[in-house]
Design a protein around this ligand. Structure first.
Ligand code: ADP
Ligand code: MG
Length: 626
């Protein structure tokens, strides 16, 4: 509990004690009124203040106004001797208990989600003068050497200098198979070191590390509101005035009609009913449970390694009917093997040396693979003027020579005469000082879960699956046939991908959403153009985390299916809560208008519905059935 909540609790306890105490005092009339005003103001002064401010700002109809009118009305009735002051105090009291419960539940579930993810490191071990000391992770500067023992969390992103081990990445990715790591590999914070001691040189500050990024993201996810949430605020704006006018009508019309018919007007009875009606009408359950359901949905997803940046995306995801995939790194592994080197007058080793150096600054999967194929450490001082031309390749200077590495489009652009290749594969042409120097044929393999992903997406009701790629036609055809995709487009530049997505978006209605899934490398424009941009394999790639709306921590495409299922389940619970709370409200309102429900029942119904709705919302966190 935080300080505000504690203060509220104390106010509630004081009011309860006073109210019960006064019930035993044999005082009557104004003195009794004055005594009961003490607990009334103790527990409700802030509500009254907010109601007055609301009137002052001409935003009259909110729940504070409802509570103020209802309780002041109840007091007025009690003054005439018809009712009891306890009722007014109790209504205010229960309302505040409800509010307290709500703020506690929201705070608690936020904390739970973060704890559930269990990735926040508490300390880092650094070496100082030959001794290992524990410090707070945010005190560690970039380039420090940290030591992570078995059982400890890696606190900051970095590169392994020494040692080998296996890592448990499940808290980040939901993936239970441990990962082997050794010196020279990059590791990210939040993983748990399982077997060996690792010496890691940090490459980021704590605040920029994966763990901090994820926690920030989850923490702020609730700020982007979904359509359903906006619906609730719009609903409240219409609903509250309607309820107020209904209450007014209930208080005035029946007595007037009775008078007209020369019957007993019974003013007090009808005013009391109208006030009960107002108390019942408070839409607390709705207002509370909807954001909480979304929050729980986002939390449940992050437990699976799926980060959703706002409840609007969660809602959109549940309505996806078209999924567009990038090929490299998304449906295929993005780990290319070198198959052959052709038409090169140069020693192959020498060619690869130029290529690997030219590629030294790129994070493209092709570049990473070529560097790996070269296998030796790069001498970065030999390279300068590197330019990465997306969808084409690289232009750089190596040892002072102009080196071009890329596809046929790059060669055409630079007017280099190149030779076609008869192999099926991704062909990387190389030119040095304006002369064609041969090509390297590389090939990629389809991820083992890609086929299953497309199949289950179809089963889950996704209508259209599309693949877009910058790679060559033949390669694309091979992949497409294997995966049974509905449509494929090849040899696209990043801007062509945007155009294709725009074309697919055309003619869709608002309830059919398009998601684009990419690796976040050079597809940021498409990611942002789609209704939902999903980046995968985001472990360590900041660009992807920034550009996407939904981030999959590991690179298993099956997670997309999981994310869709989570979103649908969450939306189901949201709708359940909306229907349930509004339904019970309507029943209670009718009972109140008929004079069957009194104010006590009204307040219990409200708090009860709220508690049930909140519990239902929390169910989203437990998605074992999926
Ligand atoms: P994808 O749609 O498969 O992700 P990209 O748009 O990233 O493809 O790249 C399209 C093509 O551009 C690649 O198939 C390759 O021919 C060429 N290319 C892109 N980046 C590089 C690079 N760093 N080195 C060599 N070629 C590249
Ligand atoms: Mg790509």
């Amino acid at each position: 509990m935080n300080r505000k909540q504690k203060k509220m609790l104390i106010r509630i306890i004081c009011a309860v004690v006073l109210m019960i105490g006064f019930a035993f005092l044999p005082v009557e009339g104004w003195l009794r009124f004055a005594l009961y005003m003490i607990p009334y103001f103790v527990v409700g002064y802030d509500i009254l203040k907010k109601a007055i401010l609301g009137i002052w700002n001409r935003q009259i109809f909110d729940e504070n106004f409802l509570m103020a009118v209802a309780t002041i009305g109840a007091i007025a009735i009690a003054l005439t001797g018809e009712g009891d002051y306890t009722e007014a105090v109790a209504v205010m009291l229960f309302y505040q208990i409800g509010e307290l419960f709500q703020s506690y539940a929201v705070g608690k579930s936020r904390k739970n989600i973060i704890e559930l993810m269990d990735i926040r490191p508490d300390y880092a071990n650094i070496e100082q003068n030959g001794e290992v000391v524990q410090v707070a992770p945010d005190e560690v500067v970039i380039g420090s050497t940290i030591i992570v023992r078995p059982g400890e969390k890696i606190p900051i992103d970095g590169m392994i200098m020494d040692g080998e081990s296996t890592l448990d990445t499940s808290a980040l990715t939901g993936e239970s198979v441990p990962r082997d790591v050794a010196a020279g590999m990059e590791v990210i914070s939040g993983c748990i070191n399982l077997t060996g001691v690792l010496k890691i040189q940090t490459t980021k500050e704590f605040g920029e590390s994966t763990v901090s990024k994820i926690l920030d993201l989850v923490g702020s996810a609730s700020s982007k509101k979904s359509k359903s949430e906006n619906f609730i605020s719009k609903f409240a704006k219409v609903y509250t005035p309607i309820v107020c006018y209904c209450a007014l009508a209930l208080a005035i019309l029946p007595p007037l009609i009775s008078m007209f018919l020369k019957m007993d007007a019974n003013w007090m009875n009808w005013i009391y009913r109208a006030l009960t009606f107002l108390v019942i009408s408070c839409p607390c359950a709705l207002v509370i449970s909807i954001p909480l359901s979304f929050f729980a949905g986002i939390g449940g997803a992050s437990k699976e390694g799926v980060l959703i940046k706002g409840s609007n995306y969660l809602e959109a995801l549940s309505q996806v009917d078209t999924i567009v995939f990038d090929k490299t790194g998304t449906l295929t592994k993005g780990v290319f093997e070198v198959n052959a080197v052709h038409h090169s007058n140069m020693n192959h080793e020498q060619l690869l040396d130029y290529v690997a150096h030219a590629e030294s600054a790129s994070s493209h999967p092709i570049s990473q693979s070529l560097q790996r194929a070269y296998g030796k450490t790069l001498d970065l001082s030999r390279v300068s003027d590197i330019q990465e031309i997306s969808g084409h390749g690289i232009v750089a200077k190596v040892d002072g020579k102009d080196v071009l590495v890329g596809n046929h489009k790059l060669m055409e652009r630079e007017q280099i005469v190149f030779k076609e290749c008869h192999y099926v594969g991704t062909v990387i042409h190389v030119a040095i000082n304006g002369e064609y120097a041969g090509h390297i044929v590389i090939s990629d393999v389809v991820k083992k879960d890609s086929e299953e992903t497309i199949k289950t997406l179809k089963k889950a009701g996704v209508k259209k699956t599309v693949m877009l790629t910058g790679d060559a036609k033949e390669v694309t055809k091979q992949v497409a046939e294997k995966l049974h995709l509905d449509q494929v487009y090849s040899e696209l530049l990043p801007q062509d991908k945007v155009e294709k997505v725009e074309a697919l978006l055309e003619g869709k209605n608002a309830r059919e959403k398009l998601a684009f899934v990419g690796d976040g490398i050079n597809d940021a424009p498409v990611l942002s153009r789609a209704d939902i941009g999903i980046a995968m394999g985001a472990m360590g790639s900041d660009a992807a985390i920034e550009a996407a709306d939904i981030v999959l921590m590991d690179d298993n495409p099956l997670k997309i299916v999981k994310a869709i299922k989570i979103s649908r389940k969450c939306m189901k619970i949201v709708y359940q809560n909306i229907i349930f709370s509004i339904g019970i409200k309507v029943i209670c309102l009718v009972l109140g208008a008929l004079g069957i429900a009194n104010m006590w029942l009204a307040i219990f119904a409200d708090v009860g519905v709220m508690v049930l709705a909140v519990l239902n919302a929390i169910r989203v966190l437990f998605l074992d059935e999926i």
